[in-house]
Design a protein around this ligand. Structure first.
Ligand code: TYM
Length: 335
């Protein structure tokens, strides 16, 4: 890119609701690191989103620190990107309110994640769970982000963000950029190893279906060996072979090999060999992440320095945009 051309802005976030899964890694965080040189990147730990389901406060604090350490361990460079904690930057909540008043009840009711999560937590269908996508829109629009790297499950929330931004712009005059999703061509939806018709998720009842990026080698290999496949024996990417397709996707992402190469590599071999090879490739790939994490998590001072710098930078950028939004909406300017 020519030197004087302004870089595009990227923003993404992840909830600190426990250890990150291979899905989070492949669908999102792995790409966050890759994009840092070509874009102005902002990455945040979405702790405000996390409390839409009940959390133990002490555990949430610990998870937030671990999540921050984990994104750094995965290659987010706090010197190169703005890496911050959502609740430390008050502009998100401020813009949230303004956008909530430009969001319709009907459109929030259609969000599939709201429907899924309220079915899972019928005793706590709180207003925050319902308005969650508005806060996500505020996260993105407060920085006028051009691109949002996420997995497929966040697509509907991004659509809503674009609609809300457009409505605000029409009502009050042009301000917000309509963001595009940056959805990886491969790995945007990693499936459960135990049920490859379902998304890999930390809330999966069957924990054998979910790989965590900090799992040790033996655990990773054991989970892959148990992965559900099909009654064929040929390693090939084809419709109806959800389990094998998922394993091939994972193997492809961590080794850089394409599907043809993988089919040739396992020509004449059975699923057992293939599953072991995927397990080994994933654990080799994640080894540096785990080593980095172990080092970073014990250095509280370093982590605090990093997120404080990120919080301040994020506030500085978003304050300008949110002040403009307040002005456009008719609030009297602060002196
Ligand atoms: P969260 O914390 O559920 O997930 C973080 C990221 O991981 C992706 N992901 C997956 N990708 C592929 N396969 C899977 N099995 C898989 N599981 C999760 C998600 O798509 C996501 O990109 N609402 C967001 C956090 C958020 C955010 C934002 C994201 C808050 N504000 C602003 C972007 C921009 C969430 O709950 O992600």
């Amino acid at each position: 890119m020519p030197e004087n051309e302004k870089k595009k802005v990227i923003l993404s976030g992840i909830q600190p609701s426990g250890a990150f899964t291979l899905g989070n890694y492949v669908g999102a965080i792995k790409n966050w690191a890759k994009l840092q040189d070509d874009y102005d990147c902002l990455y945040m730990i979405a702790d405000m989103h996390a409390i839409t389901v009940r959390q133990d406060p002490a555990k949430l604090r610990q998870n937030t620190m671990e999540a921050y350490a984990a994104i750094v361990a995965c290659g987010v460079d706090p010197e190169n990107s703005v890496a911050f904690i959502q609740s430390h930057v008050p502009t998100h909540a401020q813009l949230n309110w303004l956008l909530a008043c430009s969001t319709q009840f009907g459109e929030l009711s259609r969000m599939t994640q709201f429907k899924d999560k309220s079915a899972k937590h019928p005793d706590d269908i709180n207003a925050g769970l319902f308005t969650y996508p508005v806060l996500m829109a505020a996260d993105i629009l407060a920085y006028n982000a051009d691109l949002v790297p996420v997995g497929v499950d966040q697509k509907q929330h991004l659509e809503l963000t674009r609609n809300v931004a457009q409505r605000f712009n029409q009502r009050y005059g042009e301000l917000f950029t309509l963001p595009d999703g940056y959805i990886p061509p491969k790995g945007a939806k990693i499936m459960s190893l135990a049920d490859p018709t379902k998304k890999m998720s930390k809330s999966d009842e069957n924990q054998n279906g979910c790989i965590y990026i900090l799992d040790d080698k033996d655990t990773i290999i054991r989970k892959f060996k148990r992965a559900v496949t099909d009654s064929e024996t040929v390693v090939r990417y084809a419709e109806g072979k959800d389990g094998i397709n998922n394993l091939m996707t994972i193997y492809s992402v961590v080794t850089g090999k394409n599907y043809d190469e993988i089919e040739r590599e396992f020509d004449g071999k059975g699923y057992g060999d293939f599953k072991t090879a995927v397990g080994e490739a994933v654990s080799d790939h994640l080894k540096p992440v785990k080593d980095n994490f172990d080092r970073i998590i014990s250095d509280k001072k370093y982590l605090q320095e990093c997120y404080t710098r990120g919080d301040e930078a994020a506030f500085k950028i978003s304050r300008k945009i949110v002040s403009k939004a307040y002005h456009k909406a008719g609030f009297v300017d602060r002196t």
